[in-house]
Design a protein around this ligand. Structure first.
Ligand code: NOJ
Length: 540
């Protein structure tokens, strides 16, 4: 526990750094070409508790539950088991114990919105209209022309309805047809998912990242969505529609609170991190009315969607700062398993300053495995497409060493491995100028700094065309200025003027992202020299 700049107590996860593991691609212990739980256990030194560890506070492991794999684990057929490809429950318990021994918390993925078509609940539900499991899912009669009940589209394309011939009704699926939506208007769903939450928390996990929460409730009248405004880009406009009636309904907050109640009953203080691609002002609602009422954190995806451009990044950060309630705490990622990696979106030149940005903003950063060494998207050259939604390139295996398959597996990797001779953990671990070394230093800087851990945030009024995003982080006894250049070219910047009378004229460099620019030197804020895409932390 520590204290905010304003004196409020902070939890472990506010100053903490989270790290996402996509288990299929992290480390393979048995040579089948697919990552597994024992592989994660064997690589915990990379994360925490050993000399040279990154020093992250928690891992979030994407799904490893039994699944036919239509959506690589996000189609669950048994919520309380381990898919044999990843190991077994005993292996999970070993992983959990080993993580906890080194002070690393463990978050799992909770997928409350849909099961697999192979889940016993759905098999039973589709066995007959009178089966008691029927009401756990959303069924509707055909439209008068025999087609789908309405025109709702699924996230991955095509109608959100699938015909079930034996029972003569359609079922709803927000994602793939292999992922029938659960109906959270049915108390049986609350009860069953509540049991799942309790099962894992009582086993010792520290919380959940909660998948696609905004899809948990739909309009019971199945009203038609309006068409999306042409040319307008918004998270709730896709596949030609404004998803007004089947996404982010007001009652979703009741679902979050139900999950919260189950979590509190099993393990008070568990972390619940929500996933929803909606604008921040609507996202803020999912934090509820007070700490511990609903989600603790929600991903700020407008931030993830920002280009590498100072003004756009600042806009995203400050929209969240403005939209969140006073007790709210932002949560940001630059990459994840659903989007192109930021090394690819922003370009490699951005990586060092992007790391500083992510680790110095007010909020909890979630790193995506491999970003700490600068892994970029790897597009399978063979033309093989495994994920029908086109996300393979961001999911390729971790590059551990300059070795066949990057040291990820002794077998044939399930997806191609990037160029591990250029980018790998082992080489960067021994290079003090590497990106990995910078991540490690920034995580340590953050852990040691009250202002970075929990201080207040204030953006500076840098000129729109300066290409610099600068902000103050301040706690009771520490005041830091962070300046991030996104411009690609060196320049001199008047940050004193940008501070509008709030800043002293001089500061002292704490850290630069330039490996050869040592900390400690005095700086004139009126003429602050920044290299292209350099980030600096300055002590005021
Ligand atoms: C969000 C997950 O991150 C994504 O991978 C998945 O396809 C959808 N939710 C559906 O579960």
């Amino acid at each position: 526990m520590g204290r905010h700049g304003d004196g409020k107590r902070v939890t472990w996860w506010q100053p903490g750094v989270l790290y996402q593991i996509y288990p299929r691609s992290f480390a393979d212990s048995d040579g089948d070409g697919i990552g597994d739980l024992d592989g994660i256990t064997a690589h915990l030194d990379h994360l925490r508790g050993a000399p040279g560890s990154l020093g992250v506070d928690a891992i979030w492991i994407s799904p490893f539950f039994p699944s036919p794999g239509a959506d690589y684990g996000y189609d669950v057929s048994d919520y309380t088991g381990v898919d044999p490809v990843y190991g077994d429950l005993a292996g999970f318990d070993r992983l959990l114990a080993a993580a906890h021994e080194r002070g690393l918390c463990v978050l799992l993925d909770l997928i409350p919105g849909h099961t697999s078509v192979e889940h016993p609940w759905f098999r039973a539900a589709r066995s007959s209209r009178s089966d008691p499991h029927r009401s756990l899912y959303i069924w509707a009669d055909p439209a008068p022309d025999g087609g789908p009940p309405n025109g709702w589209t699924s996230c991955f394309g095509g109608p959100a309805w699938e015909w079930d011939a034996p029972t003569g009704q359609y079922y709803l699926h927000s994602f793939y047809p292999e992922q029938p939506d659960l109906d959270w208007r049915d108390p049986g769903v609350h009860e069953r998912i509540g049991q799942v939450v309790r099962f894992w928390l009582e086993r010792g996990v520290d919380g959940f990242r909660v998948d696609a929460i905004d899809r948990s409730i739909k309009d019971p009248l199945l009203r038609e969505n309006p068409p999306a405004a042409p040319g307008e880009r918004r998270f709730d406009f896709f596949r030609g529609q404004h998803h007004l009636w089947n996404k982010d309904r007001p009652e979703v907050l009741d679902v979050v609170r139900s999950i919260r109640r189950s979590a509190e009953a099993a393990r008070p203080g568990s972390l619940l991190l929500g996933e929803s691609y909606i604008p921040v002002e609507r996202l803020a609602r999912y934090l509820g009315d007070a700490p511990g009422d609903a989600f603790d954190l929600v991903f700020d995806f407008p931030f993830l969607a920002s280009p590498w451009e100072a003004g756009a990044l600042r806009h995203a950060v400050e929209e969240a700062e403005a939209a969140f309630p006073a007790f709210g705490w932002p949560c940001r990622a630059l990459s994840n398993h659903d989007n192109p990696r930021h090394a690819t979106r922003f370009g490699r030149r951005s990586l060092r300053a992007a790391a500083m940005l992510s680790l110095t903003l007010r909020g909890t950063p979630v790193l995506y495995m491999g970003e700490e060494i600068g892994m970029a998207d790897v597009v399978p050259s063979s033309g093989v497409v495994l994920d029908r939604a086109g996300r393979d390139a961001a999911r390729t295996p971790m590059q551990w060493r300059d070795a066949p398959a990057g040291g990820f597996t002794t077998g044939r990797p399930w997806l191609p491995v990037g160029d591990a001779s250029q980018v790998n953990v082992e080489d960067q671990a021994s290079d003090p100028g590497s990106l990995l070394a910078l991540y490690r230093q920034l995580i340590a800087d953050r852990a040691a700094s009250p202002a970075l851990r929990a201080g207040s945030y204030r953006g500076l009024e840098t000129a729109a065309d300066s290409g610099v995003f600068a902000y103050l982080r301040q706690s009771a006894d520490e005041r830091l200025l962070v300046a991030i250049s996104t411009s690609g070219t060196a320049g001199s910047h008047d940050l004193y003027a940008a501070g509008r009378g709030r800043l002293p004229a001089k500061g002292r460099l704490r850290r630069s992202t330039e490996p050869d620019r040592a900390g400690g030197q005095a700086l004139d804020l009126r003429r602050m020299e920044l290299a292209g895409d350099e980030g600096v932390i300055v002590q005021l």
